[in-house]
Design a protein around this ligand. Structure first.
Ligand code: BGC
Length: 719
């Protein structure tokens, strides 16, 4: 929410009229946190001269990969005092930081949080993140990250919602709501930033900061919807992306930033560059130097320039030369001042450092971690683990703590993060857990553990160091030593469970076959181990579902469920052998997939009408679709009921199916519930390449089921 009842225009114009040209430009400059006393002293001087208006509380461009660092609140207040008392016209500084999945309490990485399909919990996690971050002086988070992605090699896949635009829309709405808490002027709310607009997740080959090819039809239907939702939800700022789209760098593109984002999507907030993205325009070869990059960037629509000094060093000259208009500059300054008024910084510039009780936050972190873990396989119901058997615990993640927090772990503390081993000992008792003390993957110790156990649990996965920004991989299979451990465990003839701590889906063909059960636990934050141990023990019934397809092999990437339909779309099984001579190109685990300890049965899909007129849809009439879901197993459990739609014949090729809505429900053993969805204007149409929305007459299939391969369908017709 943007505090619409408050109109700051008169105050903004008053300040604007008093600012010198240099001071105006200063408001558009974002400074980096000082690393030492000398840097702090320099910054104070810059501030007295009005040379910057905002600061990022990080000291490198890849803060997500660095060792966790705290915010120095005393420093923030000291700098703020200079701004307010000695800077131009008492304009306060605004502090931004990447609060991506928590500040001190670390929630699951966003990709995992999406897999919970629990919007309420996601909102709560954002709310608690805001409380913790604002308590140390952060005003503005560079989140949510809304980059749809088809390529799990891409390191930054951890930060986003996965492969589905509707999941992206839900994440956008829930996270923005949680951070803002209804009123961003409150001390314990955060200003929000939807990033990276647009198409960054399509970087070719999953290589970071790389080029993309996205045709407008795909852009509008696939990459833009989450941003459209963010704008509708009142996101405060947007960060343009580093990538180019077919040779046009988005950060220097008037088309994407002004025509699409401002005019088409109706965004009225502030545009902040990504770190040094203006300077990067020269690297991308559309400008020769920083001065030209500044001209192109600000004229495209960029308003705050993050950490590359392009604006501060070049704008004055460009204004004097008439290459950037005073109106463009003034509008950007207005956006910055409006953001500061919205956050109430003129009235309340200092952080009072309130004490934060994190009890509820940790509870929420545990709940979200529990709901995002995906049970991919459970042959012979090997899970939950028997309580009377000796469990052999092996693998490189048995004692791991840091990786569980994931990339962008902000101020999360490794020492406060329990390992799987600690939680397993707590849960099952020391007499039931047999393990090793070091990270040996396959040696005599492993042999001894295997020999003395009845059942084996392997803690597998990937380090946080191979996920996140500038951390893409070319090979997303398990490391050779982990593969060897899996095979050795299997050769013992005992039941083997794999628990995977990862930031992305791994290509598991050739490995999962050796495992009786696979629990995908992700890098799920502070409470990862606690949630995983509870699931293994049976205190928590798993309910996460994949938000991204697990490919069989790296060579099958990209593999996603909502590609356009044609005869040879192998995702759904037919013609799968036509794709490659050497392998079958079906997903290993499809989108929306995840098992439970219990079982659910779906009734056939019902719709209240089987036909609806186009005119009625345009007037807002909807079709109600429903199923009755029954818990037919032995546990109480949660199920994410998913509604997909297929537009059978369209002017354009349409996806085989698209998720349109979901509802996560809780069912006691034996209980049944009827779940209703409505579909209408927003669900039945799609965007054409020019950005217009089209509704077509014809046949549709409504599919409601447990994952994207469901065959449970009803037919409807738009006449
Ligand atoms: C990342 C952004 C981040 C910014 C500030 C950039 O390198 O791409 O996502 O918000 O740094 O840390």
């Amino acid at each position: 929410m943007t505090n619409p009842e408050k109109n700051f225009d008169a105050k903004i114009e008053d300040i604007l009229s008093k600012l010198t040209l240099k001071e105006k430009i200063g408001q558009l400059n974002m400074q980096v946190s000082p690393r030492n006393d000398q840097a702090l002293a320099d910054i104070m001087d810059q501030l007295r001269r009005g040379e910057f208006g905002s600061m990022i509380l990080a000291n490198s461009d890849t803060a997500g990969n660095d060792a966790p660092e705290s915010v120095n609140t005393a420093m923030c207040n000291k700098v703020q005092k200079i701004a307010v008392e000695e800077g131009p016209h008492g304009i306060p500084i605004i502090y931004g930081r990447d609060i991506i999945h928590g500040y001190r309490t670390i929630f699951p990485i966003p990709l995992a949080a999406s897999a919970s399909f629990n919007d309420e919990l996601v909102e709560k996690a954002a709310r608690y993140s805001a409380i913790e971050a604002s308590a140390v002086g952060v005003h503005w988070t560079f989140s949510p990250m809304l980059d749809m992605c088809h390529d799990p090699r891409y390191g930054r896949i951890i930060e986003g919602p996965g492969e589905d635009p509707v999941v992206g829309r839900h994440m956008a709405k829930s996270m923005i709501k949680g951070y803002q808490n209804g009123d961003v002027s409150k001390e314990d709310s955060l200003l929000t930033c939807a990033k990276h607009f647009v198409g960054y997740g399509a970087s070719e080959g999953g290589r970071d900061y790389y080029r993309t090819e996205i045709a407008p039809y795909t852009l509008y239907n696939y990459y833009i919807p989450a941003f459209r939702e963010a704008v509708n939800a009142g996101v405060d700022t947007v960060m343009p992306s580093f990538n180019d789209i077919s040779g046009e760098p988005v950060s220097g593109s008037k088309h994407y930033l002004t025509d699409v984002l401002r005019k088409d999507l109706g965004f009225e907030g502030l545009l902040v560059s990504d770190w040094a993205a203006v300077h990067y325009l020269a690297d991308q070869g559309i400008t020769a130097n920083d001065k030209e990059s500044t001209e192109v960037g600000i004229n495209a629509g960029m308003e705050i320039d993050m950490c590359d000094n392009c604006f501060i060093n070049n704008l004055e000259e460009l204004i004097n030369e008439g290459k950037v208009s005073m109106e463009t500059l003034d509008n950007a300054v207005r956006s910055v001042l409006r953001l500061k008024f919205k956050k109430n910084l003129f009235e309340n510039p200092y952080c009072k450092m309130p004490q934060v009780d994190r009890t509820e936050h940790l509870k929420c972190a545990k709940e979200l971690a529990s709901e995002c873990m995906v049970l991919l396989k459970n042959e012979g119901n090997v899970l939950p683990l028997p309580k009377d058997k000796r469990i052999g615990l092996l693998g490189p993640f048995v004692h791991e703590k840091r990786a569980l927090l994931g990339s962008w772990c902000s101020n999360g503390k490794e020492a406060e993060t329990p390992s799987l081993c600690e939680k397993m000992l707590e849960k099952f008792g020391a007499d039931k857990i047999i393990t090793e003390n070091n990270h040996t993957e396959i040696d005599d110790v492993a042999s001894a553990v295997i020999f003395h156990s009845d059942i084996l649990v392997l803690a597998l996965g990937e380090s946080h160091r191979v996920t996140g920004e500038r951390r893409s991989l070319s090979d997303i299979t398990l490391t050779p030593s982990q593969k060897a451990l899996v095979k050795k465990a299997k050769a013992s003839g005992k039941k083997v469970v794999g628990v995977f701590f990862c930031g992305r889906p791994l290509a598991l063909e050739g490995i999962a076959e050796y495992l009786d059960a696979v629990l995908y636990a992700w890098h799920a934050g502070s409470e990862t181990a606690s949630a995983a141990a509870d699931i293994l023990y049976g205190d928590i019934v798993p309910s996460g579902k994949t938000v991204i397809t697990f490919p069989r092999q790296v060579g099958h990437i990209p593999m996603y469920y909502n590609a356009t339909k044609n005869r040879f779309n192998c995702y759904y099984g037919s013609y799968a052998d036509f794709s490659y001579e050497d392998s079958t190109a079906t997903p290993y685990y499809p989108f929306g997939y995840g098992l439970s300890y219990t079982t659910f049965e779906y009734s056939p899909v019902k719709t209240d009408v089987s036909e609806i007129s186009l005119e009625d849809v345009q007037k807002g009439k909807k079709i109600t679709c429903s199923v009755t879901v029954t818990n037919t197993g032995d546990y109480d459990g949660k199920e994410t009921v998913q509604l997909y739609l297929r537009d059978v014949v369209g002017k354009m090729m349409r996806p085989y199916r698209e998720l349109k809505d979901y509802n996560k429900i809780f069912l006691k053993k034996g209980e049944s519930k009827t779940v209703e969805f409505t579909i209408g204007y927003d669900e039945l149409g799609y965007y054409l390449a020019d950005g217009s929305y089209i509704l077509e007459k014809g046949d549709f299939e409504v599919l409601i089921g447990e994952n994207s391969l469901t065959k449970n369908l009803a037919k409807i017709k738009v006449i």
